[in-house]
Design a protein around this ligand. Structure first.
Ligand code: IPM
Ligand code: MG
Length: 363
């Protein structure tokens, strides 16, 4: 039976960039990739259509799908909604309902974009970091949480930073396995000097390390890690950390590449079913202008094919096609520099498809 992909375009620039990725998928299907796909509403778009950012029908389709490709969610029009109805809740709901606990966020500096970083070229040349972020636990999901009013009328807000041993173990295994396939260096990031929960995190990671004697394990406090990322980013190979620290560090790491519009991500469950999305957000300020960079979403499709569908060759073909359009000097506005050719979202998508159709006819 052919595999099924659920497409969730979402809000802002989501529909435009996902539209280009779907056309890439169509090209691969024409070349023989055996998958089917269907769309569903998520985020603000779903709220507008049916009053909830993650409708039951979407969740059902997401459970049934073999993999999910998501654009982005959120926008100004939904910012005043109750937190339980905001578009971001759909993302958190999908992550937790589908147990997508392992978030892989690569920060790779494309050779053609070496000048795009705000750091000196020698600090970031050939940068290739993988952040493994725990995605379904920690302070994002801990109970109790809320805002209460005390007897004296003062408000008190609270969230809970909690991890169980098994949650730490499973993300640590993912990170060690990833490191084994790379430079075999893993840095675990915590705040063990202050927070008991992360002191426990550190102890468990050390325990799991016994299964991976070939991987060199180091530990770093999160404040230092955020500094080291900017000071000497190439010291890192794989970083593993909890949900909130990972949220923050992965944005910094992405920006080291100077082109957040280029970076894909994967959120996987224990059986490698996953949701794939660009690292950037819904960018409502440039929505509908046909200027957003579709490459992070197209590269997310490549990750989807590799991790969830086991279609390594098609994944490689996409990555090579993206490389060749960058080699040819095509750039969307976010990565444009003098001497390159500025193209629109749809032109960039079209260029990737032409490159792909060439690789398809050669293979
Ligand atoms: C991310 C985003 C989300 C997060 C938001 C949109 C809920 O920042 O995927 O990094 O905080 O996890
Ligand atoms: Mg984030």
């Amino acid at each position: 039976m052919s595999k099924n992909i659920l497409i969730l375009p979402g809000d802002g620039i989501g529909p435009e960039i996902v539209g280009e990725a779907v056309k890439v998928l169509d090209e691969l299907i024409a070349q023989g990739l055996d998958v089917s796909y269907e769309n569903a509403l998520v985020g603000g778009a779903a709220f507008d259509a049916c009053g909830h950012p993650l409708p039951e029908t979407t969740l059902k389709k997401a459970r049934e799908a073999d993999a999910i490709l998501l654009g982005a969610v959120g926008g100004y029009e939904w910012e005043s909604l109750d937190i339980s109805l905001r578009p971001e809740k759909a993302l958190l709901g999908l992550r937790s309902e589908l147990e997508l606990f392992a978030n892989l966020r690569p920060a790779i500096l494309s050779r053609q974009l070496a000048d795009a970083s705000s750091l000196k070229a020698e600090l970031v040349e050939d940068l290739d970091i993988l952040i493994v972020r725990e995605l379904t636990g920690g302070i994002y999901f801990g109970q109790p949480r809320g805002v209460e009013t005390l007897e004296n009328g003062e408000k008190r807000g609270f969230n809970t930073y909690v991890y169980t041993e098994s949650e730490v173990k499973r993300i640590a295994h993912v990170a060690f396995k990833a490191a084994q396939k790379r430079q075999k260096r893993l840095c675990s990031v915590d705040k063990a000097n202050v927070l008991e929960v992360t002191e426990m995190w550190r102890e468990i990671v050390i325990e799991v390390a016994r299964d991976y004697p070939d991987v060199e394990l180091t530990h770093m406090y999160v404040d230092n890690a955020s500094m080291q990322l900017i000071r000497e980013p190439k010291q890192f190979d794989v970083m593993v950390t909890g949900n909130m620290f990972g949220d923050i560090l992965s944005d910094s790491a992405a920006m080291l590449t100077g082109s957040i519009g280029m970076l894909p991500s994967a959120s996987l469950d224990a059986s490698a079913k996953g949701m794939y999305e660009p690292i950037h957000g819904s960018a409502p300020d440039i929505k509908g202008q046909n200027i957003a960079n579709p490459l992070a979403t197209i590269l997310s499709l490549a990750m989807l094919l590799r991790y969830s569908l086991n279609e390594e060759q098609f994944a490689l073909n996409i990555e090579q096609a993206v490389n060749s359009v960058l080699d040819a000097g095509l750039r969307t506005a976010d990565i444009y520099t003098d001497g390159t050719e500025k193209v629109s979202t749809t032109e960039m998508g079209q260029a990737v498809r032409s490159a792909l159709s060439k690789s398809g006819s050669n293979s």
